[in-house]
Design a protein around this ligand. Structure first.
Ligand SMILES: NC(=O)c1ccc[n+]([C@@H]2O[C@H](COP(=O)([O-])OP(=O)(O)OC[C@H]3O[C@@H](n4cnc5c(N)ncnc54)[C@H](O)[C@@H]3O)[C@@H](O)[C@H]2O)c1
Length: 323
C-alpha cells in the first residue's frame, strides 16, 4: 500500500514516552492509530494522557490548531497487541530497550498481523539484524528510530537489515517524510549513527567528571554554548572542513600524545591533509565544500549563529539552571 495514503492504518505497540509521541504525530497527520501496551487499561490511560497533553501543547502554540481534536479522533486503544496489529499496515514496536521483551513482542506481532504489514522497531541501539531473527518474513522489518521528544525532533534514522526489502525501506521513508520528519537511511550497527556518537560524547564527558576535571554542569555549559552551538546547522565533518583539516590534524597530535589510541589521528584525515586538501580553504574536504562559494557559506553560518544566539536569549536559561 502507498504509505502516503491516509487510509494506512498505524499500530503503535508500547504507548510509553516515545510510542506516545509518535502516535500523536501520526494522528496529527490524519492517520488512524491504534495503541497497544502491556494491557488494555495501560493503553487506554496512554490514549487519555496523549489527548490531554495535545490540548496543553496546542494551548501553548506547540501543536497547530486542531491537533488535539485530530489526536482525540485518530487515536484508539486496543485490548491487546494482537487486536491492535490485526488490521494494521504499519506497526511501530516501541517497547522497552530489552532484547528479550522486544523478541517476545515482535513474535506476538508477527503471529497476528497481516503478511504485508510493515514492522518498524524504535530500538535505540540493538542491531536490526539481531531483532530480525524474531520476525517472520523479515523483508518487511526495519529500524525506524525516532528521537526524543518525538513530536518535536525532526530526524528519524531508517535502518534496514540485510533482509529488508528495498520497497519496504522506500515506503517507510515516504511515510516518515510525509509526517514532516527528516528520514536518513543509515547502516545497521550498534547505536546506528545518532546514539553511537551521542554515547561517545557522554563517555568522554563522564571521564572528565570522574577524573575530577569538571562538573557535569560545567561540561554542559561549555558544550551547549561552544561546539554544540554549531550542531543544529553543521555536523562534525562540515565543522572540520570549515575549521581546516590541517588544523584538526595538528590538534590530534596533542590528543594522541595525551590520551593514546582512542584519540589517534584518523587515517582519512591524515590522507586528505597529505594530499593538500585542507577543507573549505582549499576546496573539497569531507563534505565537498566549494572554495569559490566560501563567502556565501561563511555568511550563512554567521546568520545561523546570530539567529540561534537571539533565540537562546529570547527563550532564556533552562529553568533550574539559571545560576
Ligand atoms: N526515551 C528516549 O529518549 C528514547 C529515544 C529514542 C528511542 N527510544 C527507544 O524507544 C523504545 C521505548 O522507549 P520509551 O522511552 O518510550 O520507554 P517507555 O518505558 O516510556 O515505554 C515503553 C512502553 O512499553 C510498554 N511495555 C512494556 N512491556 C510491554 C509488553 N510486553 N508489551 C507491550 N507493551 C509493553 C510499557 O508499559 C511502556 O508504556 C526503546 O527501545 C527505547 O530505547 C527511547
Amino acid at each position: 500500500m502507498d504509505m502516503r495514503d491516509r487510509a494506512t492504518r498505524i499500530a503503535v505497540v508500547g504507548a510509553g514516552y516515545m510510542g506516545g509521541g509518535m502516535a500523536q504525530v501520526f494522528a496529527m497527520s490524519g492517520y488512524s492509530c491504534v495503541l497497544a501496551d502491556a494491557d488494555a487499561p495501560t493503553a487506554e490511560a496512554a490514549r487519555e494522557r496523549l489527548v490531554r497533553e495535545a490540548e496543553d501543547f496546542e494551548a501553548q502554540g506547540l501543536f497547530p490548531p486542531g491537533s488535539a481534536s485530530a489526536i482525540g479522533s485518530g487515536l484508539s486503544a486496543a485490548e491487546s497487541i494482537e487486536e491492535a496489529v490485526a488490521g494494521a499496515d504499519y506497526i511501530a514496536e516501541v517497547v522497552p530497550e530489552r532484547s528479550d521483551i522486544k523478541a517476545d513482542v515482535l513474535a506476538r506481532i508477527c503471529a497476528s498481523c497481516g503478511a504485508d504489514a510493515v514492522i518498524a522497531s524504535n530500538t535505540s541501539a540493538i542491531p536490526i539484524e539481531s531483532l530480525a531473527a524474531h520476525v517472520t518474513r523479515p523483508e518487511r522489518f526495519l529500524g525506524v528510530h525516532w528521537m526524543n521528544p518525538a513530536p518535536f525532533v525532526p530526524g528519524v534514522e531508517l535502518i534496514p537489515s540485510t533482509s529488508t526489502s528495498p520497497e519496504v525501506l522506500d515506503s517507510a521513508e515516504t511515510l516518515i517524510a510525509g509526517l514532516g520528519k527528516i528520514p536518513v537511511r543509515v547502516a545497521d550497527q550498534t547505536g546506528f549513527i545518532a546514539n553511537r556518537l551521542q554515547y561517545a560524547l557522554f563517555q568522554e564527558a563522564s571521564r572528565m567528571v570522574e577524573e575530577g576535571l569538571a562538573t557535569p554542569r560545567q561540561v554542559d555549559e561549555v558544550v551547549s554554548n561552544s561546539f554544540g552551538f554549531r550542531l543544529p546547522f553543521f555536523g562534525p565533518f562540515a565543522i572540520a572542513d570549515m575549521a581546516g583539516l590541517d588544523v584538526y590534524a595538528g590538534g590530534y597530535a596533542s590528543f594522541a600524545a595525551a590520551y593514546g589510541d582512542r584519540f589517534a589521528v584518523p587515517r582519512m584525515l591524515t590522507d586528505r591533509v597529505a594530499a593538500g586538501d585542507h577543507g573549505l580553504k582549499t576546496g573539497g574536504g569531507f563534505t565537498g565544500m566549494d572554495a569559490s562559494r566560501a563567502a556565501e557559506i561563511i555568511a550563512y553560518r554567521n546568520r545561523a549563529y546570530a539567529a540561534l544566539a537571539q533565540l537562546k536569549t529570547d527563550l532564556g536559561k533552562v529553568p533550574g539552571a539559571e545560576d
